[in-house]
Write a protein that binds this ligand. Sequence first.
Ligand code: ACO
Length: 321
Amino acid sequence: MTTYSRIIGVGSYLPERILTNADLEKIVDTNDEWIVSRTGIRERHLAAPDQFTSDLALRASQAALQYADIDPASLDLIILGTTTPDRIFPSTACLVQDKLGAGGCPAFDVQAVCTGFVYALSIADKFIRSGSAKRALVIGAETFSRLLDWTDRGTCVLFGDGAGAVVLEAAQEPGIYSSHLYAEGQYNNSLTVPGYIAEGRLQGGNGFTTMNGAEVFKLAVANMSSAVKEALTVNQFSIDDVDWVVPHQANTRILGAVAKKLQLPSSKVVQTVSEHGNTSAASVPLALDTAVRDGRIQPGHNLMLCAMGGGFTWGSALLKF
Ligand code: ACO
């Protein structure tokens, strides 16, 4: 009998501090009207100076484990998507494992920028389908604000910090129907933090996010739409069979354009970008948890997750919640 993986717990965490568009007006030459009309973003959360990605990930993980009503020691896999690890090494997944008291199982990070959670979910699904794991914690967590140049109005208004997590368990029925991952490395300079560490300091380029906004916009719409279409085709689903699309929260114009391309009513697209900003790898599980806890997503609903990020990387996952 085929083994599938299914989500048995969801959780998320947003740091307390909120940075509004009005706050940003005091830092850079911008205004609420520009930010809202171009991106839909009204506010974002920022980690406290003493909070690291693993701290945010821990809170989201604890919420997901509590939802699933399971002991962290019963996990046999931890995968964490992040672009902002606490340290160069060890992985943030290992730090979270230690904080949870879930030692012993494999734990590793996945770097696919904003597609990090979809990549991590897909890998965990494959571990479970192959019989290598029975219970996995999958996390997307970021302190992306630490990669922002607060004098660059073109990027600093877009991003925020946060974390989301799910617990996946082996099941006899889907669960995850399929997942689809892609990358096109020729766009590595279109969205990047170009610096690297050597000889004890940052070398080459710099440590801030740089972006070709127009190119990201165009390819985000095209790639997320095509990844969704692929998942529909492979599973012989129509878009009407999907109850909710839970996309990476880049901005409302990108989400609107994806919905239009898929002939999908915007009312079926979970949108949290107005309150969260773009939280990179954390955005899909944050949006998922938000819509589960406010009652929109119900057990048995068909969900389409999709994301696109630096690399470029992109992907989708179709699942029954
Ligand atoms: N406030 C006010 N003015 C601004 C700001 C700001 N925060 N940022 C840029 N501007 C100015 C520009 O300097 C430019 O001025 P100019 O005409 O005098 O040169 C003007 O606004 C227009 O700039 P454009 O870049 O043409 O604005 P556009 O309408 O294309 O929107 C945006 C820019 C919002 C970045 C858009 O390209 C976009 O949404 N791209 C996708 C980016 C994204 O989502 N990145 C996230 C990471 S990738 C991912 O998650 C998939």
